[in-house]
Design a protein around this ligand. Structure first.
Ligand code: PEP
Ligand code: MN
Length: 362
């Protein structure tokens, strides 16, 4: 057992540094047969690095399937024995950690509903003190990067060396295209904060269906993510949880084949030179844009002085609507989306108001 353990540890170590890192398996462990058959068919694809399964399921409403509990861990151990794949499960309490480690789970992850709660994250962190196991931390369900960052810090402070992030999207009110909005700028900001940390995308929980899995996976690759975690099931339509988003191991294999893996850098000289030239151009344009915006604010300052002298309000709604509508129309002709124009003009307008406010109340 000792040597077998050591080998698994080394294998997990290799997987941790492998790119792309592919994690797959059912949303929930349901039966021994389902876990083993899923694992066997995943292993047969030769493309999956780590086997996942939910053992304890945090369900929004009572009465739904809340996970098979600790006995699922022995099925995972059995699946590992048969396929040689390391395993990962979600933990949310100290007892989960204890049970998962007791069954030699090779990697743990903290779910989105746990990351939001510092009490729970701290409980998990305390249970992990002195343990050497990789931990992936999902983003919190709400778009709050401080909570995500805080959870990472708590786990790191407990002495865990191998900490990674999973982007699974952010919950939103009302029906949208996605079950959880990807809000890509948020994982991008986390990459900036933790440049050395591995970042995995979970397209299954972003999409909530099978249709968009491929495009979301591709998008994450194009943003230089380190891998994907995708739910798979031998009979997706009859899964006990998240039936709509799971795919068979064979479909997963096809999907992985169709993805185009790109690398962040290359040493091809032609590419490096072309990119450097284009980036230089972008730098010039950015400088000009900034100078123009500064010029716009100087004009706003002047308007502020006139408004102060004549006791006129800063905000004149009609004028603002007019500017925005014209910009949207122009932007459309220039290939700029309404969403971008609105955000950009909102930001410029707000800065302009702040400038005028200073002038009028100084
Ligand atoms: C899961 O991975 O099955 C899960 C419960 O995910 P999340 O925490 O992202 O909702
Ligand atoms: Mn799920």
């Amino acid at each position: 057992m000792q040597t077998e353990n050591k080998t698994m540890k080394q294998l997990m170590q290799e997987k941790w540094t492998k790119r792309p890192l592919i994690i797959s398996g059912p949303c929930s462990a349901e039966t021994e047969e389902q876990v083993i058959e899923t694992a066997t068919r995943l292993a047969k694809t030769g493309k999956v690095d780590v086997l996942r399964a939910g053992i304890w399921k945090p369900r929004t409403k009572p009465g739904l399937f809340e996970g098979i509990g600790a006995k699922g861990l022995s099925w995972m151990a059995q699946a590992k024995k048969i396929t040689g794949m390391p395993t990962t499960v979600e933990v949310a309490t100290a007892k989960h950690v204890e049970d998962a480690l007791h069954f030699d789970t090779d990697m743990l992850w903290i779910g989105a509903r746990t990351t939001v709660n510092p009490f729970s994250v701290q409980e998990v962190a305390d249970a992990l003190r002195g343990v050497d196991v990789p931990v992936l931390i999902k983003n919190p369900i709400n778009p709050d990067l401080e909570l995500w960052t805080g959870a990472i810090e708590r786990i790191q402070k407990a002495g865990i060396k191998q900490v990674g992030m999973i982007h699974r999207g952010f919950s939103n009110y009302g029906n949208t295209e996605y079950r959880n909005a990807p809000m890509w700028h948020l994982p991008i900001e986390m990459k900036r904060r933790f440049p050395e940390m591995i970042l995995i995308c979970d397209p299954s929980h972003i999409c909530g269906n099978r249709t968009n899995l491929q495009s979301i996976s591709q998008k994450s690759i194009d943003l230089d993510f380190d891998g994907v975690m995708i739910e798979s099931h031998i009979d997706p339509d009859n899964a006990w949880s998240d039936a709509k988003q799971q795919i068979t191991p064979e479909r997963l294999s096809e999907m992985l084949d169709a993805l185009i893996w790109r690398s962040e850098a290359t040493d091809k000289q032609e590419f490096i030179t072309a990119l450097a030239t284009l980036r230089e151009q972008i730098n010039h344009v950015d400088d000009e844009l900034l100078a123009l915006i500064a010029q716009r604010m100087k004009i706003a300052d002047k308007i502020g002085e006139y408004k102060r002298a004549n006791n006129i309000t800063i905000l004149q709604t009609n004028r603002w609507n007019d500017i925005l509508q014209k910009a949207i129309n122009k932007g459309d002709k220039l290939g700029l989306s309404q969403d971008f124009i609105t955000k950009y003009f909102d930001a410029v307008h707000l800065e302009s108001i702040n400038h005028q406010n200073k002038v009028m109340n100084s």
